[in-house]
Design a protein around this ligand. Structure first.
Ligand code: PLP
Length: 233
């Protein structure tokens, strides 16, 4: 049987080729896009394997799992990509380079207070329900511009950009409007917010099913699980 390492190597090569091709189509440099390998379905050993293959950004969508894997692999750059409850902020925020799915004002405030207490700057992205599905979390697109005064009052949180999850579809092309919406919202926020505080230049969008379209529309972080880890322990 092929080793897990060999399987991961082959999958990474395939994905890398597709990322590079999408960048070329969009006229973007390859370095503009960073792969976050979403390790939520695999063991610590498999997560370690992809890290040693040079994928330094790893993501988890559940705090407890993130705490566990981060403790074992502290050398990775960890990303919290799922919903975060306020009572898990204290334990999670210090461990990660980005919190991708800030989906409420209450969570934003909790992150602000925590970062002030620790005397650090906290890099986050706001989750937007750009596909407008009822089942999805995140700010409604129409509400995003109204956040400007709130964002401009923050002292410790830095809003790096926006994050979304497109609706799952058989045809990746149909996700394009979701990504276009997210980019337009980012541009609008970037014009209206205090840029000395908020970089507002990152788009976390694109998963296994639709990352090439997301890259064409400006993704800077793509979050891939299935294409890398399907059927691996
Ligand atoms: C699981 C997950 C991903 C990865 O999804 P795949 O379709 O398996 O690539 C990306 N983002 C979030 C928020 C997730 O929970």
């Amino acid at each position: 049987m092929e080793s897990i390492r060999k399987i991961l190597e082959n999958r990474l090569e395939e994905v890398e080729g597709r990322i590079a091709a999408a960048c070329t189509r969009a006229g973007r440099p390859r370095e503009a896009v960073t792969l976050v390998a979403v390790t939520k379905t695999v063991s610590l050993d498999t997560a370690r394997e992809i890290l040693t293959l040079g994928v330094t950004n790893l993501g988890e969508n559940r705090p407890q799992e993130l705490w566990k894997k981060q403790a074992a692999l502290p050398e990775a750059h960890w990303h919290m990509i799922g919903h975060l409850q306020r009572n898990k902020v204290e334990q999670t925020a210090p461990l990660v380079v980005r919190i991708h799915a800030v989906d409420s004002l209450r969570l934003l405030q909790a992150l602000e207070e925590n970062a002030q207490t620790r005397g650090v700057e906290q890099a986050i992205l706001l989750e937007v329900n750009a596909s407008q599905e009822e089942s999805k979390q995140g700010f409604a697109p129409a509400l995003v511009p109204e956040l400007v005064p709130v964002l401009n009052r923050l002292q410790a949180v830095r809003v790096c950009g926006l994050m979304t999850m497109a609706a799952y579809t058989e045809d990746p092309e149909s996700t394009r409007p979701t990504f276009v919406t997210l980019r337009a919202l980012l541009d609008k926020l970037a014009r209206e917010c205090d840029r000395r505080r908020h970089p507002l230049n990152e788009l976390s969008m694109g998963m296994s099913n639709d990352y090439e379209v997301a890259i064409e529309e400006g993704a800077t972080w793509i979050r891939l699980g299935t294409v890398l880890f399907e059927d691996l322990p």
